[in-house]
Design a protein around this ligand. Sequence first.
Ligand code: ZN
Length: 153
Amino acid sequence: MNKTLCALVLAGLAGFAFTLPSHAAECSTTVEGNDAMQYNTDNINIPASCKTFEVTLKHTGQLPVTVMGHNMVITKTDDIHAVDAAGTKAGADNEYVPQDDPRVIAHSDLVGGGESTTFSIPVAKLSADGKYSFFCSFPGHVALMKGTITLVK
Ligand code: ZN
């Protein structure tokens, strides 16, 4: 490599480093679910600057998926109960998530004790003036397993 090219590459690298934001938004989080039918948080902050936000759902319990399955479904807060009912109807074969339902903004797989799963939320689908929530659509779990999503700057 000649000297000029080398200098250009170095300048390019320096420029790249310089343009990195000093406090990059955290575009992922981990939420736990347990055998007592609880998530370990009742709110998820999603930076509006993230293109997609990754959530890892970790089932810290031991009960099997058929007894204490957990997932995470993202909907408008007003849609929780209708989507939960539709999920129960969709049944175990569909992991209690209504298929091709536009009210479902994103959802994870259903996991049992000791398992974990990761899914992505398309942040562009969350509008700044909307109210969004997450919940577990395993039948009956929404009573305890739900929380809000806050879009933050
Ligand atoms: Zn659950």
